[in-house]
Design a protein around this ligand. Structure first.
Ligand code: AMP
Ligand code: MG
Length: 409
């Protein structure tokens, strides 16, 4: 059996980038930057008011009760060359540029106006309520580095600096299929004897979308070598192919029968549980991930091999899920010959003392326990037991949904 780390390094070292393109920021969330982004301009572009109030000279308002002459009005989106002299003020709105001479804003709440006079009722520190030019991003600064996978917040920042068409890596097209004569589409009204619903394919589509790729659904492929061959030929036009089922030891493991002996595809036994059988290689130019059939094995195998590879193909620097260390809320007894992925719920994160407990049955067909889980507690190869209270590493695939909104509280 291949240790997980060895298998993953082998997979990742064979995965390359696809090329680059420019995309409008409107479509850039989830895409990966090809190079550092250097700010071409300051944000904010000019010093401006953080409050509705009066732009003044700080020296005029160092004591409470100063009375100033109002010489103008500055709404946001306007600018003025009118200078604020000693004893003077300009009425200013949030976001309007600071007029020359003024270095401080007195909030409207701290003032009272009468005719052209304004009384500043409290003392105001010089510089108060002014947002300096470049205070958020300064021109010439590296805002984001190459390999950053853009979030909605990154997209917003790119907009602020006028980078409207960032260069990003291309997204891989990923063909995916379920194999198995027993599989029935989830939409079917009823099941024939011996049939089950195809849960892998909808889950895979969601996993692929979450990994930022362009998925191509090839449907359910029966355990028929000719049909599978034909499907694989179509699949090879994509950049990557993900199949489920048919890679273990059974008589009807057609994926294995069709691809075994193919110089480009290897059949591995990875020292992990679940998801020991795994096929990896190339079909034509496409990278091929032959995942097992059981849905939880599909999840584990996708998360450990396919997801990091697909993120690497898109140029992302961060390709692995975040981990945290938690205390085992119960004894975890596992097979010491394998790295075991225990589906767990994480509790006590808010209190800073996370503990984990199994989210349900751990058999590789029990998908409901994976849906209930926040992550995988990883019991490393060589460890048989993690006792209750001992630390365990948890790979988080989602944040626990533990904060409920209770109306009226
Ligand atoms: P296999 O590796 O093809 O023998 O499949 C292993 C187990 O996973 C069998 O019990 C299959 O019925 C089940 N399985 C395979 N593909 C799917 C799928 N797409 N959805 C749900 N279960 C599946
Ligand atoms: Mg099968």
């Amino acid at each position: 059996m291949k240790p997980l780390e060895e298998a993953r390094s082998e997979v990742l070292s064979s995965v390359g980038l696809l090329g680059v393109e420019q995309v409008p920021i409107w479509q850039a969330s989830g895409r990966v930057l090809t190079s550092d982004i250097v700010a071409p301009e300051n944000v904010p572009p000019f010093a401006n008011s953080a409050m509705d109030g009066f732009a003044v000279r700080g020296t005029d308002v160092s004591a409470s009760g100063s009375v100033l002459e109002v010489i103008g009005d500055l709404p946001a989106g306007t600018s003025s060359d009118l200078e604020v002299g000693p004893g003077q003020a300009i009425k200013i709105m949030t976001g309007a540029p600071m007029p020359p001479g003024a270095d401080t804003v007195a909030r409207v709440e701290d003032t009272s106006s009468e005719g052209s006079k304004v009384t500043i009722s409290t003392a105001v520190e010089p510089g108060t309520s002014v947002r300096p030019a470049g205070g958020d991003v300064s021109q010439g600064q590296v805002v984001f580095s190459a390999g950053t996978r853009l979030t909605p917040m990154h997209v917003g920042v790119l907009a602020t600096i006028g980078v409207a068409q960032p260069e990003v890596f291309k997204r891989p097209r990923v063909a995916f299929m379920s194999t198995g004569d027993e599989l029935t589409p989830p939409e079917a009204e009823s099941l024939q004897p011996g049939a089950i619903r195809d849960s892998n394919r909808p889950m895979l589509l969601a996993l692929l979308e979450d990994a930022g790729v362009d998925p191509v659904d090839l449907g359910i492929i029966p355990d028929d070598p000719d049909v599978l061959r034909e499907a694989l030929t179509r699949a090879a036009e994509a950049d990557a192919v993900v199949s489920t089922g048919g890679v273990s030891m059974g008589d009807y493991d057609v994926t294995k029968h069709v691809l075994q002996g193919d110089a480009q595809v290897d059949f591995w036994q990875v020292a992990i549980q679940p998801a020991k059988p795994f096929a990896y290689g190339r079909i034509g130019d496409a990278i091929f991930f032959g995942l097992p059939g059981n849905p939880v094995s599909v999840l584990v195998s996708f998360e450990q091999f396919a997801r990091p590879s697909l993120l690497k193909m898109q140029g992302a620097h961060a390709i692995l899920r975040p981990q945290l260390v938690a205390s085992a809320g119960e004894t975890l007894d596992t097979d010491p010959k394998k790295t075991v992925f225990v589906r767990v719920v994480v509790e006590g994160l808010e209190e800073g003392s996370p503990t984990v407990a199994k989210s349900g049955g751990q058999a590789s067909n029990v998908l409901s326990a994976a849906a209930a889980a926040d992550g995988f507690a990883i019991v490393p190869r060589g460890t048989a037991t993690i006792e209750q209270g001992e630390p365990v590493t948890v790979e988080m695939f989602k944040w626990p949904e533990s904060r409920e909104w209770i109306d009226g509280r």
